[in-house]
Design a protein. Structure first.
Length: 334
């Protein structure tokens, strides 16, 4: 057996798991109450489970254990397309459009249907030795229908993004571009895993593109403020500093220094909590101010429109009066 593709799949799956886990952590803890954050973090977490299960299954030489992990990863992947679609529609603020509502309801019902059968032979029949791999999944009778759903949801995602793109401002267009790039990288790369699944002897060469999709998504979050960048960067900085301080007690040679560094770590955690609370409050106040400014701007726009109408009516009346005066003068002269 040529082990290159086996190690390639395992290594790229570890990369995918780390990239998606970091993205899930950053998005969720940025604002756990926001629906957009919850959907995006669930999508990233599902990808983490899928990728981690791939990394585990790759080197398992016992058939029953390999089958268990194959069903774990396929259970996780069932939720990714609908979560991504739901997140994008919510982010682009078109989730409540009637057609999109219908698509989401149908997508979620279909997803739960396939998830119900994910641990049965109807979805993943078994695992068998295949080219490049010790064991690889064999599709059950329901799996082709899931792939059809997979393709339909991604196609609708692209359609919805292009529709929003046409009528959006520059900022929203940048968001749509990154969404599409991430979708093409992630779902296109993941699709190469299904070639051997259906006995097409092509290795999953696109698997690391899933991780690249999350790298692109994380970059767009920080660069173009899909979510609040200030909170995300604060969390990253505090997490790095906290991890460094947490290690110190284990490196100290005396009990006194271990206790001292432990107390310093607890104090750092307390200060970090206060800093995050302050950052969240500041962000909420800023959002409230921006909302009020937006409302006030709309009011001023409406008043300006009313003034313009009044101005046009007034000018029109003055012009007509001037014309009438001219006509009166002409008649008097005659």
């Amino acid at each position: 057996m040529n082990y290159f593709w086996l190690y390639y799949l395992a290594a790229s799956s570890v990369f995918n798991a780390i990239a998606s886990a970091v993205c899930a952590f950053l998005i969720f803890f940025n604002n756990p109450r926001a629906k957009v954050n919850r959907l995006a973090s669930l999508m990233a977490a599902s990808t983490t489970v899928w990728a981690a299960a791939w990394a585990v299954q790759a080197f398992i030489g016992e058939k029953e254990t390999a089958l268990f992990w194959a069903r774990i990863l396929n259970f996780a992947v069932v939720f990714i397309p609908v979560l991504y679609l739901h997140w994008v529609l919510a982010l682009l603020e078109v989730e409540n459009v009637l057609k999109n509502k219908v698509i989401l309801v149908l997508g979620w019902l279909s997803t739960f249907f396939f998830a119900f059968f994910a641990f049965t032979p109807y979805f993943v029949a078994t695992v068998n030795p295949k080219p490049y791999f010790i064991f690889y999944s064999e599709p059950g009778i329901l799996h082709p229908f899931f792939l059809a759903l997979y393709g339909a949801m991604i196609s609708y995602l692209v359609y919805a993004c292009l529709k929003v793109f046409k009528s959006s401002d520059v900022y929203r267009k940048i968001q749509v571009k990154y969404i599409l790039v991430s979708a093409i990288l992630g779902f296109g790369g993941a699709a190469t895993n299904y070639l051997i699944f259906y006995d097409i002897p092509v290795p999953p060469f696109g698997n690391p593109l899933v991780g690249m999709a999350f790298v692109s998504l994380t970059y767009s979050i920080v660069r173009y403020r899909f979510f609040d960048t200030k909170i995300i960067l604060t969390e990253i900085l505090l997490a790095i500093m906290g991890a460094a301080i947490a290690i110190l007690p284990f490196l100290m040679s005396t009990l006194f220094l271990q206790i001292l560094t432990g107390v310093i770590f607890l104090f750092f955690c307390f200060i970090s909590y206060l800093l995050l609370q302050y950052t969240h409050r500041e962000t909420q106040a800023k959002e409230l101010l921006e909302k009020r400014v937006e409302e006030r701007t709309k009011e001023l726009d409406e008043r300006n429109k009313e003034l313009e109408k009044f101005y046009k009516l007034t000018i029109g009346r003055e012009l007509k009066m001037a014309e009438l005066k001219d006509k009166i003068r002409l008649m008097e002269n005659k």
